[in-house]
Design a protein around this ligand. Structure first.
Ligand code: A2P
Length: 320
């Protein structure tokens, strides 16, 4: 299986299982099935609300001897209300407790967005803290201490722009090992890919299949469905594979990690098989032509008229 060499010497399996939107009641079986099929990387987050069930799956897998802890790569993420340096270790310990683990492989700052402690989803802008009030550099220093304490092997970020990565690199003692962002043929982010290559920051592609099961509040009327794209379908039929498999192979071919979500055994197997699908340079060129800088997870839920965040200061780009 393809791996990515991180800037701290760790080796991350490029292909992993996404667990955002995997409901409690489904995710335990999905993780067990995935690991039995050969998945070795599981992407989690405190906010997904399913870590404890993933922990049950992991402990069953370890007890049954299906895999050892060191054969799995487990990522999780710090929620927005725990950016206070005094809260970071407690947040990781809660996640470790949920997952039944002593150490994570990778811990990410989930969003460059901060809330008052205890606020899971703010109801007013006043419950949000600006990055001036809750500087990322201070949260990052607390993340670095987690590595020093042996509670996670690598640290990184998620949903960070090039500008925010560059500013983090100025103060970081430990360089971020990874940035997890939305990436797929409709959102190719070539400048980000180039910046991360230059700075040895691994990219992980979330929502690689276009996240068609995203919550209704994230669905904009008229948004195209990535998996129904005719070019993707043509490439798929030329290889005798599915559109989902093309999208996964595309991400791996670009040198990123990719974490498609599924809770369905047949699709879990199909997605893993895509890790050995080779696309041609002509396929890659055709897929490159699909870019429309379209975010399915556009961050609009953090942009409130009464709060400190806007789409422009979240993504650090012109938002049309
Ligand atoms: P399911 O979990 O029922 O398989 P993303 O990873 O971009 O967030 O997309 C996840 C969505 O894609 C889920 O609705 C998931 O449904 C679906 N999905 C995952 N794998 C496949 C596949 N191979 N073919 C079709 N749909 C898939």
């Amino acid at each position: 299986m393809k791996t990515l060499a991180l800037n701290n010497g760790a080796t991350m399996p490029a292909f992993g299982l996404g667990t955002w939107k995997s409901a409690p009641g489904e995710v335990r079986a999905a993780v067990i099935e995935a690991v039995k099929l050969g998945y070795r990387h599981i992407d989690c987050a405190w906010i997904y609300g399913n870590e404890a069930e993933i922990g049950q799956a992991l402990s069953e897998l370890f007890e049954q001897g299906v895999v050892g802890r060191d054969e799995l790569w487990i990522t999780s993420k710090l929620w927005n209300d725990r950016h206070g340096p005094q809260d970071v270790e407690g947040a990781l310990r809660e996640t470790l407790d949920n997952l039944g683990l002593e150490r994570l492989d990778l811990y990410l700052i989930h969003w460059p967005i901060a809330f008052e402690k205890g606020v899971t989803f703010p109801e007013t802008g006043a419950q949000m803290l600006s990055l001036e009030k809750a500087p990322i550099s201070e949260t990052w220093a607390a993340m670095e201490k987690l590595v020093d304490a042996g509670l996670c092997r690598s640290i990184g970020v998620s949903n960070f722009s090039v500008k925010k990565l560059a500013s983090l690199l100025e103060t970081a003692r430990i360089k971020p090992a990874a940035n997890q962002i939305e990436l797929h043929p409709y959102l190719q982010q070539p400048k980000m890919v180039e910046f991360c290559q230059q700075h040895q920051i691994a990219l992980t592609a979330y929502s690689p299949l276009g996240s068609k099961d995203r919550p209704a509040r994230l669905v904009n009327a008229g948004a195209p469905v990535l998996m129904d794209d005719p070019v993707v379908a043509q490439v798929a039929s030329a290889h005798g594979v599915s559109s989902a498999q093309v999208l996964i192979a595309w991400a791996l071919e670009r040198g990123t990690s990719v974490i498609p979500k599924s809770v369905n055994p047949a699709r879990l197997a199909q997605n893993l098989q895509a890790a050995s699908l080779a696309l041609t340079s002509q396929d890659m060129e055709r897929l490159a032509g699909l870019d429309q800088h379209l975010r399915f997870v556009d961050g609009a839920f953090w942009a409130r008229p009464d709060g400190p965040y806007t789409l422009a200061n979240l993504w650090d780009e012109e938002v049309g």
